[in-house]
Design a protein around this ligand. Structure first.
Ligand SMILES: Nc1ncnc2c1ncn2[C@@H]1O[C@H](COP(=O)(O)OP(=O)(O)OP(=O)(O)O)[C@@H](O)[C@H]1O
Length: 189
């Protein structure tokens, strides 16, 4: 959940996101969202060119049963705690920049494990700081990053992922210290 003022994505006077089933209770919505996104995550993800369109398709795939705007960039400012993510007017340009850099790096193919942990961690940190969607960024970015790792020949052992350690590393990366995230990724290779 995010701090947001007069958020058009929410039912008036609440912090509950408008959704396809018109669920107005946060706990019920959380449960439904968790179940359907977990089910979608078990299905094959959409194919694509590892570009911004492909990334949006990943988000759409996961959240298509929940939000009408699945796969589309947000139009409001959002923050977690005191950390504000990219303002909506800059999301498209920042996403294009990040994914152009990714293409220029040949999608991290041919990198050593150490290098991949470093460059992959930086990509994930940047993607998180943009946070292009109103909700569901964490799940979309991890699913896409796992796909990217497979494509680069560095598959992630996600069973080894400790969610708390990962979250701490993501927050540190937002604040400018990517070392813990690099370490987390290195441990998954
Ligand atoms: N205080 C913070 N500062 C920066 N990034 C954060 C902070 N708290 C969480 N994050 C990042 O935001 C992601 C969650 O984003 P969001 O809530 O849009 O995704 P989600 O898929 O709905 O949630 P989750 O990742 O918890 O399943 C986390 O996975 C983490 O990477």
């Amino acid at each position: 959940m995010y701090d947001a003022v007069a958020d058009p994505y929410c039912y008036p006077g609440t912090a509950v996101l408008k959704n396809l089933l018109d669920i107005r209770d946060q706990a019920t919505l959380d449960q439904y969202e968790a179940e359907v996104t977990a089910a979608r995550a078990e299905q094959p993800f959409p194919s694509g060119k590892l570009d911004t369109v492909h990334y949006c398709r990943f988000h759409h795939h996961l959240f298509q049963d929940v939000f009408e705007w699945a796969g589309r960039y947000r139009t409001v400012r959002i923050a977690k705690g005191e950390n504000y993510f990219c303002y909506p007017e800059y999301i498209a340009v920042q996403m294009n920049r990040l994914f152009s850099d990714l293409r220029r790096s040949n999608f991290f193919q041919g990198q050593s494990a150490t290098k991949f942990a470093d460059t992959g961690g930086h990509f994930l940190a940047e993607l998180n700081s943009i946070h292009p969607f109103r909700e569901g960024n964490g799940r979309a970015q991890l699913a896409f990053f796992a796909h990217l790792a497979d494509h680069a020949g560095r598959p992630l052992q996600l069973k080894r992922l400790d969610p708390d350690v990962f979250m701490t590393a993501m927050i540190a990366s937002f604040l400018g210290d990517e070392a813990p995230l690099t370490e987390v990724i290195a441990d998954l290779l």
